[in-house]
Design a protein around this ligand. Structure first.
Ligand code: GLN
Length: 543
């Protein structure tokens, strides 16, 4: 029988519950177990697809095209759990399913209620993930903070499952905060209250992970144990690290979190092989020098908006033995400057960037600034990686500055352009009923011989994930390539352009897909590695 671990959070949000759940997943995997990760989100949105990156951070896309919460990105970076639509459960989905069943008359005239109908729907979805015969442990992270009205049905579902599956098969791991007050004293009271709130929901936490400024001593752990009914050797600290969040699995392992969890679940513990994590930390410490990468986007106020992009750049730095400094540039800043050099070049505060990345995005604002950044990178031979919108920007810039069409544009931004070099498929050919929907999820890209992406991947055919509507306009293919732009990759049937490349340039690559969703600290993504390696070469050349 497979085992379940429910991870909840208390006191306040942003304590790193996703990282804690993922780290536990990584540790169980290091002991040879097959882990499945599930996120429960108490919001009423059916999925994260409609949520603004300004407010909620990035939308993480799975192979099957689900637009999910960014926490799934943590799972993907820390664990090998397969992730699909099934691994992301929202209140919106649950209610949607229950209301549909009600309309279909499937509740046979009964009153449809939160308990049992909503909770049964939640339980059914959680148990469905565990039905996979390969799954040993399912880690279910419940979003929000205990005490929130919204999370109650999820906590109730967890309570029922713990009761039904039995304590040997289902654990509660609760994450809390131990704040430091003036004078440097740390306080356990919020943790005591948080555990009480859990108990009011009928759940006695088995393990506490306390977010604290430093590792808690024995006496503090005993005090917490006394007030919370949690054994003192099941009280762990997630202390602030000045290295990287990817050290957390090792920090938990040192405190024996994995051993204690497995013991409680009655799983015979196997030898932990943490060599991949340890060598990742060795590479972290061995980095020397720095490359500055300008991320030119429009959602710059919230670090989570391009979460996977930043993480992927960091992973690539580990592989290339350099520290990657993120220079966050709101593209609209480039619109006000007479010369992009003032923002990107030597004249910029902090000096020139050694590489430019234009990430995905929607809507017109900031586009002109991105085009200017792309032009600057192309003309000055500065390494550039364009992701989705960032590739479309390369095509627009080429149309304007190389082909000499000042109005070259995407029909997303200018429907009257005489040179719509990026457009909807149905605008390119007369197909009705295609549009309106996004191209979502994984599909095949085939790279051209001699192209930079082919060299980076070392593979001709790759599977990458998409989330976009607009495409390189096929009717401009010949003019684009005849003027020198390289089409570096196509869909397997050749119908859509998947990658472009600047000629005679150290590294100017744009891809229509999102490589950032597949990069891991223990194995950086080839395209990010390509960008950082080229940026590092640029630094070395200049030195
Ligand atoms: N807005 C563009 C499109 O829909 C790019 C989307 C993206 O970058 N994810 O095609």
């Amino acid at each position: 029988m497979n085992k379940y671990i429910f991870v909840t959070g208390g006191v306040c949000s942003s304590l790193g519950k996703g990282v804690a759940a993922s780290s536990l997943g990584a540790l169980l995997e290091s002991r040879g177990l097959n882990v499945r990760m599930v996120k429960c989100d108490p919001y009423i949105n059916v999925d994260a697809g409609t949520m603004s990156p300004y407010q909620h951070g990035e939308v993480y896309v799975t192979d099957d095209g689900a637009e999910t919460d960014l926490d799934l990105g943590n799972y993907a970076r820390f664990t090998r759990s397969p992730l699909s639509r099934a691994n992301s459960i929202t209140t919106g989905q649950v209610y949607d399913a229950v209301i549909r069943k009600e309309r279909e008359g499937r509740y046979l005239g009964r009153t449809v209620q939160v308990i049992p109908h909503i909770t049964d729907e939640i339980k059914g979805r959680i148990l469905a993930v565990g039905k996979d015969p390969d799954a040993d442990v399912v880690i279910v992270e419940i979003g929000g903070t205990v005490g929130d009205i919204e999370s109650i049905p999820f906590l109730e579902a967890a309570r029922q499952l713990i009761h039904e599956l039995g304590h040997k098969n289902a654990l509660s791991v609760h994450l809390t905060l131990i704040p430091e007050v003036a004078g440097g004293e740390i306080k356990t009271k919020p943790t005591q209250h948080s555990v009480k709130a859990m108990q009011e929901q009928g759940i006695q936490p088995d393990i506490l992970v306390c977010r604290a400024p430093y590792i808690l001593d024995e006496a503090t752990r005993r005090k917490i144990a006394l007030f919370t009914n949690v054994e003192s050797d099941a009280v762990f600290t997630s202390y602030d690290v000045d290295t990287t969040i990817y050290e957390i699995p090792l920090i938990f392992h040192e405190q024996k979190l994995d051993l204690v969890a497995l013991k409680k679940l009655g799983v015979e513990s196997r030898h932990a092989d943490l060599s991949a994590w340890k060598s990742m930390m060795d590479r972290f410490r061995a980095r020397s020098g720095k490359v500055r990468i300008g991320i030119v986007g429009k959602y710059m106020d919230l670090n989570d908006s391009y979460k996977s992009v930043y993480e992927s750049l960091f992973h690539a730095g580990l592989d290339c033995s350099v520290e990657v400094e993120f220079v966050q540039i709101d593209s609209s800043r480039l619109e006000g400057e007479a010369d992009p050099e003032a923002v990107l070049g030597e004249a910029a505060a902090g000096g020139a960037v050694h590489g430019v990345l234009v990430p995905g995005g929607f809507g017109q604002r900031g586009i002109e600034g991105m085009v200017r950044a792309a032009e600057w990178a192309r003309v000055h031979g500065v390494p550039y990686l364009g992701i989705c919108l960032g590739m479309q920007i390369m095509v627009i810039e080429w149309g304007r500055n190389v082909l000499g069409w000042p109005d070259a544009d995407s029909t997303e931004f200018n429907q009257d352009s005489k040179h719509p070099v990026v457009s909807l498929l149905e605008e390119q050919v007369d197909v009705v009923n295609y549009g309106g929907t996004m191209r979502l999820g994984s599909s095949v890209t085939v790279f051209e011989p001699g192209s930079k992406p082919l060299a980076a991947y070392g593979e001709k055919t790759v599977h990458e994930r998409h989330r976009h509507r607009y495409e390189f306009a096929n009717n401009y293919r010949s003019e684009m390539t005849e003027s020198g732009l390289i089409i570096a990759g196509l869909t397997s049937d050749g119908s859509l352009v998947e990658a472009v490349e600047w000629p005679n340039h150290p590294w100017g690559v744009g891809v229509q897909f999102h490589p950032e969703f597949k990069s891991k600290p223990v194995s950086a993504h080839p395209l990010f590695r390509g960008l950082i390696a080229a940026a590092r070469d640029r630094v070395l050349q200049k030195a």
